[in-house]
Design a protein around this ligand. Structure first.
Ligand SMILES: Nc1ncnc2c1ncn2[C@@H]1O[C@H](COP(=O)(O)OP(=O)(O)OP(=O)(O)O)[C@@H](O)[C@H]1O
Ligand SMILES: [Mg+2]
Length: 345
C-alpha cells in the first residue's frame, strides 16, 4: 500500500481498469468498438454510476469487468491483482466475489425453481455448505436480508411481482458473499414506487456489507443519490467522470449537459423549460474514425473535434472530461494519464 504526501496509506481500489477495451468482430472482419479505453477506479463501499444511452457499451463494460467476456486490450485489476489474463480455473475463487444483478430477473431465473431453490442455486454449485439443510437455512436468512417474507419461500417467480422477483435476484447475488456487484439496470423495469424500495435496499446492503457497486442505467436521475461518482459513456468511450454532486452541479461535456437537460423537472415553475434535444445521427461504433464520437451531434463541434481524439483530462480536481471545448487544444488517444479516480483520494 502506497502512502500519500501526508503519510496516510492510500486504499487499494477494489476494481481498477487501465485503458480497457472490448471490441467485437462483425461482418467483413470489421471491429465494433463497444468499450474503448476506459480508466476507472472503484473502492469498497462505494458506487460508480455508469450512464449513457442504449448501445453505448454499459453492459459490455460490466460484463468485461467481471470477465464474463474477455477484454480486447488494457487491464483489469481486482483488489490490486491483475486479473486480465486469468484463465477460468484461476478466476473461479474470484467469481464468488464478483456478481451481477440484471434488469429482468426473469431472464436469469429458472421459472421451474421455487424462490428458496433459486436463491440457493449458486451455493449449491459452489458447494458452500456440506448439507442441504444448511444451504436452505442460509437461503432463508438471505430472504430476510432482502426483505422477502418467508411465506414466499416455496412460491414460484411468476407468482411474485417485479419488485419481489428483483429481491430474489439480489438475494442470489449475495449468496456467495460478494464484494463487487454490477447492477445492470436493476430498477429500469419496475414501477417508480418499487424502484425506490429496491434502491434503498441496495444502499442498506452496501452499508451493511461494504459492497462496491457499478450501477448501470440510462437514467441519470436514478443514479444521482446512490452514486459516489458518475461516469458518462458515449459510444464506448467515457466522456465525463466526476463526483455525483459535482457532475450535477457543474456538467462540462456537451453530451452530459444534454442528458441532464432531458431529465423531467418536477418543479411546476420550470415546466416551461425548453428541452435540449440531442440532434443528429449517432455515429457508428464500427471501426470509428479518429475524432470525438459525439462530434456529429454536438452543437459546439469544431474542425479539430472531427480529426483528433480528445484526451480524457482532469479538468478540475477529480473531474475528468474528454472534450476540446472544455480542455482546449489537448489531443490524445482517449486515455487519461492519471486514470479516472472514483475515490477522490
Ligand atoms: N456479442 C456481441 N457481438 C457484437 N456486438 C455486440 C455484442 N454485445 C454487444 N454488442 C454491441 O456493443 C455495443 C454496446 O452494447 P451494450 O449492450 O454494451 O450497450 P448498453 O449501453 O448496455 O445498451 P442498453 O442500454 O440498450 O442495454 C452495441 O453496439 C451492441 O450492438
Ligand atoms: Mg445494457
Amino acid at each position: 500500500m502506497k502512502a500519500n504526501e501526508n503519510n496516510i496509506p492510500a486504499r487499494t481500489p477494489l476494481i481498477e481498469t487501465r485503458d480497457l477495451k472490448k471490441y467485437f468482430k462483425v461482418n467483413g472482419g470489421r471491429m465494433l468498438h463497444a468499450v474503448d479505453s476506459i480508466n476507472l477506479k472503484l473502492y469498497s463501499g462505494e458506487t460508480l454510476g455508469v450512464v449513457g444511452e442504449s448501445g453505448c457499451g454499459k453492459s459490455t463494460l460490466g460484463r468485461t469487468l467481471l470477465k464474463l467476456i474477455e477484454p480486447t486490450g488494457g487491464q483489469i485489476l481486482y483488489d490490486g491483482q491483475d486479473i486480465t489474463k486469468l484463465n477460468t480455473r484461476k478466476m473461479r475463487p474470484l467469481r464468488k466475489e464478483m456478481q451481477i444483478i440484471f434488469q429482468d430477473p426473469y431472464s436469469c431465473i429458472d421459472p421451474r425453481k421455487s424462490v428458496v431453490d433459486t436463491i440457493s442455486e449458486y451455493m449449491q454449485i459452489h458447494k458452500v455448505f456440506p448439507n442441504h439443510q444448511q444451504t436452505m437455512n442460509r437461503a432463508i436468512e438471505l430472504m430476510d436480508l432482502v426483505g422477502l417474507a418467508r411465506r414466499y419461500a416455496n412460491s414460484y417467480p411468476h407468482e411474485l411481482d417485479g419488485g419481489r422477483r428483483q429481491r430474489i435476484g439480489i438475494a442470489r447475488a449475495l449468496s456467495l458473499n460478494p464484494r463487487f456487484i454490477v447492477c445492470d439496470e436493476p430498477v429500469s423495469a419496475l414501477d417508480v414506487s418499487i424502484q425506490a424500495q429496491i434502491l434503498n435496499l441496495l444502499m442498506d446492503l452496501q452499508d451493511e456489507l461494504d459492497l462496491a457497486y457499478m450501477f448501470v442505467t440510462h437514467d441519470l436521475s436514478v443514479v444521482k443519490h446512490i452514486s459516489n461518482h458518475i461516469m458518462v459513456m458515449y459510444l464506448g468511450t467515457c466522456v465525463e467522470l466526476a463526483e455525483s454532486e459535482e457532475l450535477f452541479r457543474n456538467p462540462l461535456h456537451p453530451y452530459t449537459k444534454a442528458l441532464l437537460a432531458a431529465i423531467p423537472e418536477p418543479n411546476l415553475d420550470s415546466r416551461d423549460k425548453e428541452f435540449q434535444i440531442i440532434r443528429g445521427e449517432v455515429s457508428s461504433p464500427i471501426d470509428p474514425k479518429p475524432g470525438c464520437r459525439f462530434a456529429a451531434r454536438c452543437e459546439h463541434c469544431m474542425p479539430q473535434c472531427t480529426q483528433e481524439n480528445p484526451k480524457f483530462t482532469e479538468t478540475s480536481p477529480g473531474h475528468y472530461t474528454a472534450c476540446f471545448l472544455v480542455n482546449g487544444n489537448n489531443p490524445g488517444g482517449q486515455t487519461s494519464d492519471t486514470g479516472g479516480e472514483t475515490g477522490g483520494r
